[in-house]
Design a protein around this ligand. Sequence first.
Ligand code: TUI
Length: 316
Amino acid sequence: MKTRITELLGIQYPIFQGGMAWVAEANLAAAVSNAGGLGIIAGGSAPGEVIRGEIRKCREMTDKPFGVNIMLMSPNAEDLARIVVEEGVKVVTTGAGNPGKYMEQWKAAGIVVVPVVPSVALAKRMERAGADAVIAEGMESGGHIGQITTMCLVPQVVDAVKIPVIAAGGIADGRGLAAAMMMGAEGVQCGTVFLASPECQIHPNYKEMVLGAKDTDSAITGGICVGGAPCRQVKNRYTRKVIEAERAGKPFAEIEELTIGSLRRAVQEGDKENGSFMCGQIGGMVNEIRPCAEIIRSMFDGAEKLLKNRYSEICE
Ligand code: TUI
């Protein structure tokens, strides 16, 4: 499958692995890149030097392109913005904010910049600021989300900008990929499906939570409290406690106290009760552990068959 994204990045398949904080480290990123997609190391909230180490490790594990995601709400964003330049990273994706102030230094370094956008307005702003492409991420996604679904967001962003659009949120097989391409996307970004890979280094309990989740098993925290960031994860004691506190109108600081360390408790400790197991709504369809190469191959094989045959199947 050849699109402006495969051409721009020199990759075989137009699929990005989402920059999942605490999750997406060198092993996962290298596996996705070696399989022909674009692996991404998540900056998350880790110290800059830790991410520098992951970048160097990833380079040892693959000679293919890979990227780094910078979470703009994180205090490490400034450091990471500099480190990606120093380390000669080829692709930067951003999330949870507007990367405008870093754009000039990244473009001067020849970095391909691909911000995640939750709305048409931000997509347009990013195009004007010099972004090479945008990732239109629907609220089906795990983690920090916007308000619009992938089905509604992707075609509206495609119509609003000239740069390539990558669809994210709710995509985990050939059907999702084919649908995204039909909406005008030139690539996809997937997170949840890669959680269920042997190369993903999360606690085994996290994988169990994803494999066990049904379609309706995610909950959004931060959806009510003022100043909060809406965040989707698998329903458990943690989500019940946070949502209860929000509904009771508890002070922001008290709610924040509950959320601090919750992603680490999921990823590293596998604390099924008190962890935040970020996972998209498509988790209901992710039911087995498969290597990244197999995930990618089956998605593209499936999409290719659909895109070739579906018309004649339904339009006789
Ligand atoms: O960033 C994500 N997903 C994430 S970040 C994360 S770590 C975290 N943990 C707890 C609470 C919050 C975050 C977990 N998952 N996805 C990309 C994304 N970006 N989703 C939404 C946005 C976004 C939101 C607002 C992008 C830009 C934006 O701009 C606002 C503005 O105008 O500045």
